[in-house]
Write a protein that binds this ligand. Structure first.
Ligand SMILES: Cc1ncc(COP(=O)(O)O)c(C=O)c1O
Length: 389
C-alpha cells in the first residue's frame, strides 16, 4: 500500500508513504540503490535521456522514496535531498540569489546560516540584512526593490521567538520576493510552511526525521513556482546525498510521529515544571502560555517538539558552566532531535537585534526519550550546582 493522500492519520501516512512495495517485488522497504552509472537500452534513448533515471546525481529509487514521502508531508511540488541540514540552507540560497540582490534574514537564525550569509553571500555580492523576529507585517518597511529572498526560521534558534510567517510571506510576495523557512523545529507534522505562504521549506533531516544522532541529511521542498529553479541548481551543484543516509532517514520517518509525540510531552512536562524552579528566571518554550509569542504559536502550529531554552536567575558563565558540568544524563553536545537528551550553552553575541536582555545565562535543552523523572533529577543537579557556583 502506498498512500500519499492526506485523508489518513499522520502515523498511517508516515508508515506507508514514499514507495510502493509492489514496485520492488513486494519488499516493504525500497532498495538502497548505490549508483553512479545507469545504463540506457540504446543510443536514441541515451541521446534523448528519455528514461526515468539517467545518472546517480539525478535521483534513484531510494532518493525518490524519501522525496515523495516528504512532498506528501509538506504539500510541495518537489523535494531535493542534500548531505546535511546546512546544505539544505545553502543550496536554495545559491539557487535564488545573484550579485546585487538583497536578502532579509531573521536575526535569530541558526548561526551557520548567518555565517554563510556573512561570508559567502557577501563575497558573491549579495546585500545581507537581518530583521527582528517580531517584525511581522512591519517587514514591508525593510523590503527594497532588489530584495529577492526573505529567510525565516521559526521558532528562533536558541531563543524560540515565533514569527508571524503568514504576514511576512504576504509582505514579501507583494514585491515578488520569495520566502524560505528553516522548519526543522516543528517538522511538517506540526507546521506546514507552504500552507502559510512560504515558497521553500527547509529541514535538517539530521534531527527528528533521522532521530538517532547517527545521520546527517537535509531536505528542501519547493512549491510549483520555485521547484524548477531549485532542482536545476541542485543538479548543477552535484550535491546529492549518499543512499545509505537517505535510506536511514526514510526509516526514521516511519517512527517520527510516535517519537515526536513523546518528545513533545516530555519537553512540555519538564518546561512547565522548570517554570516553578527557584533558580530559573524564564523558560523559553512557545507552547507555554507564559511565552510572549504563545498566541501566534497556537494559531499556526499544531504541536511542539523537544527543544527549548531556560534562562538562569542571575549569574554568568560560571553558573552556566556549573549547571552543564553537573549533568549526568544530558550530554554536552550540538544537534538535537535524537533519542538522547543534550544541553548546550547559548551564545547570543552574533545577534544584532534579538539579543535580550535576559536575566541570566541561557542553556538550551534537547529533551530525549528518557524517563521524565530521571531528566528532572538531572536538571535539579544542574540548578543546585549553578546556585552554589
Ligand atoms: C535550525 C537548524 N537548521 C539547520 C541545521 C543544520 O543541520 P545539520 O547539522 O544537518 O547540518 C541545524 C543544526 O543544528 C539547526 O539547528
Amino acid at each position: 500500500m502506498a498512500t500519499d493522500g492526506n485523508e489518513m492519520g499522520i502515523n498511517t501516512r508516515l508508515a506507508h508513504s514514499g514507495n510502493n512495495p509492489h514496485d520492488y517485488f513486494g519488499f516493504v522497504n525500497p532498495p538502497i540503490v548505490h549508483a553512479s552509472t545507469v545504463l540506457y537500452p540504446n543510443a536514441s534513448v541515451m541521446a534523448a535521456r528519455s528514461q526515468k533515471y539517467t545518472y546517480g546525481t539525478r535521483g534513484t529509487p531510494t532518493t525518490d522514496a524519501l522525496a515523495h514521502a516528504i512532498d506528501a508531508l509538506e504539500g510541495s511540488a518537489g523535494t531535493i535531498i542534500v548531505p546535511s541540514g546546512l546544505a539544505a540552507v545553502t543550496v536554495p540560497l545559491l539557487a535564488f540569489l545573484s550579485a546585487g540582490d538583497h536578502i532579509l534574514i531573521v536575526d535569530s537564525v541558526y548561526h551557520p546560516t548567518r555565517n554563510f550569509a556573512d561570508t559567502m553571500l557577501k563575497r558573491l555580492g549579495v546585500e545581507v540584512e537581518y530583521y527582528d523576529p517580531h517584525a511581522g507585517a512591519g517587514i514591508a518597511s525593510l523590503i527594497k526593490p532588489n530584495t529577492k529572498v526573505v529567510f525565516t526560521e521559526s521558532p528562533a534558534s536558541n531563543t524560540f521567538e515565533v514569527q508571524d510567517v503568514p504576514a511576512i510571506a504576504k509582505a514579501a510576495h507583494e514585491t515578488g520576493a520569495i520566502v524560505m523557512m528553516d522548519n526543522t523545529w516543528a517538522t511538517p507534522l506540526y507546521f506546514r510552511p507552504l500552507d502559510h505562504g512560504v515558497d521553500i521549506s527547509i529541514h535538517a533531516a539530521t534531527k527528528y526525521p533521522a532521530g538517532h544522532s547517527d545521520v546527517l541529511l537535509g531536505t528542501v521542498s519547493a512549491n510549483a513556482n520555485c521547484w524548477k529553479q531549485l532542482c536545476e541548481t541542485f543538479y548543477t551543484m552535484g550535491c546529492c546525498a549518499g543512499p545509505d543516509d537517505v535510506y536511514q532517514v526514510l526509516r526514521g520517518l516511519r517512527t517520527m510521529g510516535v517519537r515526536l509525540d513523546h518528545h513533545q510531552k516530555s519537553a512540555l512536562s519538564i518546561a512547565t515544571w522548570l517554570e516553578g524552579q527557584p533558580g530559573v528566571a524564564r523558560v523559553l518554550h512557545p507552547a507555554l502560555p507564559s511565552h510572549p509569542d504563545h498566541a501566534v504559536w497556537k494559531r499556526d502550529f499544531s504541536g511542539s517538539s523537544g527543544i527549548f531554552s531556560i534562562v538562569l536567575k542571575g549569574g554568568g558563565q560560571r553558573q552556566q558552566h556549573a549547571f552543564l558540568d553537573a549533568l549526568k544524563i544530558f550530554g554536552l553536545g550540538y544537534s538535537w532531535g535524537g533519542y538522547e537528551s543534550l544541553a548546550v550553552p547559548v551564545f547570543l553575541g552574533d545577534r544584532t537585534v534579538a539579543k535580550g536582555p535576559y536575566d541570566g545565562p541561557l542553556i538550551r535543552l534537547q529533551i530525549g526519550l528518557e524517563n521524565v523523572e530521571d531528566l528532572k533529577a538531572d536538571i535539579l543537579r544542574g540548578l543546585e550546582a549553578a546556585a552554589a557556583a
